[in-house]
Every structure is written in C-alpha cells, then in structure tokens.
Design a protein around this ligand. Sequence first.
Ligand code: CMC
Length: 446
Amino acid sequence: MSTKPEASDVTAPTSSRESSETLTITDNRTGSTYEVPITDGAIRSLDLRQIKVDEDDFGLLAYDPAFMNTASCRSTITFLDGDLGVLEYRGYPIEQLAEQSTYLEVAYLLVHGELPTKAQLDDWTHQIKMHTFVHENVKSFIQGFRHDAHPMGMLLGAVGALSTFYPDANKIHDAENRQLQTVRLIAKMPTLAAFSYRHNMGQPYVYPDNDLDYAGNFLGMLYKMTELKYQPDPRLERALDILFILHADHEQNCSTSAVRAIGSSLVDPYSAIAGGVAALYGPSHGGANEEVVRMLLRIGTKDNIPDFIEGVKAGRERLMGFGHRVYKNYDPRARIIKKACDDVFEVTGVNPLLSIATELEKIALGEEYFVSRRLYPNVDFYSGLIYQALGLPASMFPVMFAIGRTSGWIAQWLEMVQDPEQKIARPLQIYTGERRRAYLPLDSRS
Ligand code: CMC
C-alpha cells in the first residue's frame, strides 16, 4: 500500500553541496508537498524521483527531448549568454581572443584552464609540432576511400582509426597519457583533414612542415605543389587562425555532448572525438556552412532574395546560417567573421556571393518572421565565404570547423573524465509502445 510522503516531507539534497535556496513542489495527484534544493539555479532531476503516487510508482522524472532545459554537467570551460550574445573561453571574451591570441594559445587555454606563460606556450607549440605527422598506414587507408568521398566522412573514419594506432590511449585514468593523446589529436587533425582534401583532388599528400605555424602548415598541406617551401600569405594564415579560434569551443552543443556521452563509457578519446566529428557533420550543426554557400549559389542574384525569403516564411526553405539554439541575438562569432572577410577578400578578391549574403542578412533582419523568432546570423553564415575564397570546396567547410573544434572537444572530454560526478551517460525514456503481446507464429499473421 502506498506510504505517501507527508506534506511536511523535506528531501535531503542528493548532492553534498549546501544550498539555502529551495523549491517547494505540491503534487496535485496526492496533495503532498516536497522541498528540493536549488543549486546554481538548478534542481537535480533525481530529486524528483521521490515524488510518487504510491510505493510502486517509479517516481517523477523530467521529460526533455533535445535537452532544451537540462544541464548535463558542471563546466568551467566556456560561458555563453545567448540573449546578450556573449561568448567567453575560460572567462576571456571571444573578441579579445580573436583579436590578440593565436589558435594554439587558445587551445592551451581551453585544455589547461589558464593562458600559458611564454615558456609554456613555447613548450606546447613544440609538442604539437612534434606530433603533426601520422603513421604511413593512415595514408594507405585514406587512399582506400572513393575519389569523391566526402572529406568529413574520411576525417571521421581517420580519427576513429587513430585509436588503433595508439591502443595505449585507452588508459584514460592516467593523466600523462591523456596529455599525450590531447597533443596528438590537436596536432594530427589538420594533417588528416588535408590528406582528405588532397585525396579528393587526386593530388599527392603533403607532409607537415613544422617550420610553419599551425594555420600556415595546414594551408601548406592543402596547397603546396612543386615549390620547395610553401610560404602562406600572412593575412590568410591569420584569418584562418581566427576562424579556428572562433570555432574552438561552444559548450554543450550537439557534437560536444556526443563526445562527452561516448567518452562517458570510458572509451579512448579518438573514438569519442570521432563521434563528435559525426555529430558535427550534420547540416543543422557544422554542415550548415556548406549549406549556406549552396543556398547562396541557388539564390544566384540579389533579385531572387525576396522570393527566397517568401519560401522561408512559407516553410519551404530554411535560411541556413541563421538561428541558434542558444543565441537569440547576433552570434558574436558571426560579427568577427564578417570583419575577417574584409582581410581575406583583400588578398583573394571579393567573393561574389558576399553581396548576396549581406543583402540577404539585411532583408531577413527587417522581416517580422525572423525578428519575432529572434533569428540572427550564426557563425556559419559568413565562414563559408572565407573558406570559398581560400579555394576550398564546400565539402571541406565542416572539416575546417572540426579542426578548430578539436581543442574544445578534448578539453570537454578531459573535464568529463576527471569529474567525480559523471557516470556513463544513460538517459531514461517514456515508453509508449505495446506491452505483453503474445508471439504469433509466421503463418498465423495476416
Ligand atoms: N530558417 C528559417 N526558420 C528558422 C530557422 C532558419 N534558419 N531557424 C529556426 N527557424 C524557425 C523554426 O522553423 C521555428 O519556427 P516555428 O516556431 O514557427 O516552428 C523557430 O524558428 C524556432 O526554431 P527551432 O527549429 O525550434 O530552433 P532550434 O533551436 O531547434 O534550432 C537550429 C536551432 C540552429 C538547428 C536552427 O535555427 C537551424 O536549423 N538553423 C539553420 C542551420 C544552421 O545555420 N545551423 C548552424 C548553427 S550554428 C553552428 C553550430 O553551432 O553548429
């Protein structure tokens, strides 16, 4: 029989953290009242479990498809305020990092929590440079892909395969080992990405040049032909470095959540990050920059913009590069990228799609449909224009995103592995299917 909690029942916090703020819940099914602690503006879903109609009841749970209102971790890595359009890595505003820092310095910041000293940065840079090469067999299996394989698919396969080259990476409780895999991942991602590109082009793979900086070396592996030494244009190199900074982390987005969920099974980081690449591949996530350029090409001329916008409003089209789950304001990264476009186009000549993009943005931001839904340009709206100006095909755009995001994924994975509160990720479900049906032999089924 039910032993319903009395109205005065007070739940002990499931966490050891003290909280003076509480939430009182009255269950109208039973009339019982519960008090649950509020810590950092959140209640623990598990505190709801005590709310039962009778003893056999499983207990109340939170239903939250797509995790619209559920925090899955505590994190000190990235702060986002979607209403105000604020993004900070370890407390440093993205605008300052994009203006004054470098990608490798930002990667150090994300991974270690603090900006490096000069000596620490030199050592970190040296370590990354020492790990840019991949095993020769990696080349062989990239060669095994079809000539027109999507480079993101190749990257996904190649990153996962690295776990077979470094079987010791599964010693995830060994701090030194984790650091080694961290360096390897950040160092090798551009090499794998560039090999995928060269494979599509039918061109020989270019080995890393460790005299060059991170972005410059990547450009070299993409574009070096017969010249003895590839010399990147410093303005393009800097623009690319800024793009890597802007993409480095974005707290618990789809791909990062995938990395954490997969990593929570205690698998090696290459396997977890392959899952991140897979999640990023989708057109609602990192694949959006590719879709933006395809959309702009389809629109073709400024005259066609009004028709296109009508199609969006009627639900026939989606304005790619607009909207965000968190940002309900201008994505601060989009603002910085828009500015970086000018520097790149100074070298490459203006991308003709830019005028369509700026006009599209202007018209969309004046339309009630977008205003009322608070849809603004996101990071992907302008990044594709820069990649295109750099000579990259649209299929490479999500790959560029993945290179930058690797430092964020690994920082989040490191935090997750060391968080004593984390366990294997395992959501619940609300089962709505059939129950206890009698099996029918094949010849009895109509
Ligand atoms: N074009 C037209 N309508 C849109 C768009 C868009 N890009 N984005 C959202 N909406 C509408 C949507 O139809 C819905 O309207 P209604 O309320 O009438 O049904 C409303 O706005 C709310 O949208 P939602 O789909 O519930 O929002 P979400 O938070 O689930 O989706 C999103 C976020 C990014 C998936 C979505 O805005 C989208 O598909 N944008 C285009 C793809 C894109 O640019 N993705 C890159 C995101 S930034 C890079 C990254 O972090 O991966």
